[in-house]
Design a protein around this ligand. Sequence first.
Ligand SMILES: Nc1ncnc2c1ncn2[C@@H]1O[C@H](COP(=O)(O)OP(=O)(O)O)[C@@H](O)[C@H]1O
Ligand SMILES: [Mg+2]
Length: 309
Amino acid sequence: MYKLTGVSKTYSNGKKRVDALQEVDLTIDDGQLVAIQGPTGGGKSTLLQMLGALDRPTAGSVLLGDQDLARASAARLTKLRASEVGIVFQGFNLIPTLTAQENVEAALVPLGIRKAQRRERAAAALASVGLADRAAHRPAELSGGQQQRVAIARALVKSPKVLLADEPTGNLDEETRDEIVALLEGLWRDQGLTLVIVTHDSQVASRAQRRLQLTRGKLREAGPGKNAATRPAPAADEATTWSRPAERTAVEPAAVEPAAVEPATVEAVIAEAAPVEPAAAEADGVALSEPVAAEPAAVEAGQETSDND
Ligand SMILES: Nc1ncnc2c1ncn2[C@@H]1O[C@H](COP(=O)(O)OP(=O)(O)O)[C@@H](O)[C@H]1O
Ligand SMILES: [Mg+2]
């Protein structure tokens, strides 16, 4: 899945230089459940941004499959984010004016998926996180745990191979934290996802197969977690989950349907409001050098393609 070699990231703000990552080497196998622990400022979010194609390293290579994210074009990275990587943040980052259903559907807009399909898939994703009965609610009408479930559904609705979660339980009380961790664990086990959870909570990290520690930009193995011996389901390509297998094989866009063809609340709001996947660093109050824009990227193979033709 991932192979990082000699990954360093240096931030320079005027005279000040911060070595956020220092020659990190890391291999993550397909379907692995990995926890990354470490103190605040240790480089966890920076590492997740490299894995999530949100930013590029200063040095080194970040292979996702056979693609080097350190060298890929901005357009390629945008496409990868839209289709292959799901990201969940501590701060949920839901669009307040959209319902839960619309927030989840929004993740499919850059893929050029038609409205009927978006509706169906968003409803299925919400059901998979136990929120079928809250689809019509806006974020303000949901509890913190429910908002995080919506954010997880939004990350999963595009059927990514990888789910990256940055402090997904950081804003939650203990009971809700345990629910969210159990949910993520269940999704990992049943859907054959590769799941990387960044956390400073050792209770959360203990659920992983493998634990890593990141301190002052240096990464080291920190031993197995409780799920070390768990064998998850095969990747969703083969499994009969709600995620649809066809899109795993989708590579090049046949034709991108402009969002304007289907004027609807989701597109309208996205056009003038927040990006679908706000930069990871925003949760920490820092701006990224390369903002993440929602742009039409790829059209899936299968049913939608024939719809669009
Ligand atoms: N965009 C940025 N510009 C400048 N410095 C940054 C930026 N993002 C992170 N840093 C710095 O890099 C270091 C690692 O930050 P981060 O990856 O957010 O750590 P963690 O997620 O472990 O708390 C910190 O010293 C932080 O201040
Ligand atoms: Mg962080």
